[in-house]
Ligand binder design. Structure first.
Ligand SMILES: [Zn+2]
Length: 328
């Protein structure tokens, strides 16, 4: 970690400030050491350059989710800045790069750190990524060259950071927690009055077939299989998917029809095989996945006293929500 991260950190137990006792350095990074809370009762290690601010035992479903996604991000650890910028701007629409400029930004559930890179490149004053899983090691490796990008290992439900970020986002994460509404409330609670909250979640609309056909297989079988087996399955399924895009979707669309899922298929084609493979793999390994109807996303924002958020139906399969907290 860089010392510039310290002012953003809080004890996950008592929310007090932390002080830094560094042990070893590499360049600007404290690689090992300890963080001690002002109350004097809680201490946390820094290892591999990442503060490990975990203090509470995880329920079994969160532990399972964390293990599987940690593995996923280690497997698909590639960085493709241009593609990720394009993808990110769809998920946080209508936000623009200028909305990140000189802002303090929180990425709740940062995975391999791809959006930390994007926010830092958009000129964020600082962007702090928190993730529960061992993906933080990948995120640290992927962002250690960026002066204003930071990575912390922590639990959304005991978030170890300050509560007055200018902008907080959570992309593709809330629906994998045991309580998406509560996770959204945490996100909103870590933004200052007048600040911006953005989230992207799987939608319920158009995804009934996943809930009825894929979910039972995912929950009962594939989320429990060894990673190698799921990787092989994902290659097979992604190949079939791309064959059907080329042999069915494109010809049918050329004839002027718009088949079910056409927007999403076009998106996957633009995204390319490797990224789609990652998406398919994630759909097979997630022990917990909620598909959220528009009305529920609206309720989350209303509960956080955010009026008139912009909700966008992204590719007709998911919801992007962005809103401003009322000024104090
Ligand atoms: Zn403490």
């Amino acid at each position: 970690m860089r010392e510039g991260l310290l002012p953003y950190l809080r004890c996950p137990v008592c929310q007090e400030r932390l002080s830094l006792a560094p042990d070893t350095h590499e360049g600007p990074h404290v690689m090992t050491g300890r963080l001690l809370c002002a109350a004097g009762q809680h201490a946390f290690p820094i290892s591999g350059g990442v503060p490990r601010l975990l203090a509470h035992p995880l329920p079994p479903d969160m532990e399972h989710t964390s293990r599987n996604f940690g593995q996923s991000w280690r497997l698909w650890n590639q960085i493709d800045d241009e593609r990720y910028r394009w993808q990110f701007l769809r998920w946080v629409q209508p936000l623009q790069p200028a909305d990140f400029s000189d802002r303090s930004v929180l990425d709740m559930g940062c995975g391999k750190g791809r959006h930390l890179r994007v926010a830092a490149q958009f000129g964020a004053r600082d962007v702090v990524g928190v993730d529960l899983s061992e993906a933080v090691d990948v995120a640290f490796a992927n962002t250690r060259d960026l002066e204003h990008a930071h990575v912390v290992q922590g639990d959304i439900f005991h978030l170890p950071v300050v509560s007055d970020f200018d902008l907080a986002f959570s992309i593709g994460v809330l629906h994998h927690t045991p309580d998406p509404a509560q996770a959204f409330a945490v996100l909103a609670n870590h933004v200052r009055p007048g600040g911006t909250v953005a989230c992207w979640v799987y939608g319920r609309e158009n995804n009934g077939w996943i809930i009825h056909a894929v979910d039972p297989v995912r929950i009962g079988i594939t989320s429990r299989l060894p990673s190698k087996v799921v990787q092989a399955l994902s290659y097979g399924l992604t190949s079939v998917l791309f064959a059907s895009i080329g042999c069915v979707y494109q010809p049918v669309e050329k004839l002027g029809f718009k088949p079910f899922y056409a927007d999403y298929m076009k998106y996957l084609r633009d995204l390319g095989f490797a990224e789609t493979l990652n998406i398919v793999y994630d759909h097979l390994i997630a022990p917990t996945a909620a598909y959220v109807p528009r009305a529920e996303v609206e309720r989350w924002f209303a509960t956080a006293a955010i009026d008139a958020p912009t909700l966008t139906w992204v590719q007709k399969v998911s919801w992007a929500g962005v809103g401003k907290k009322p000024a104090a």
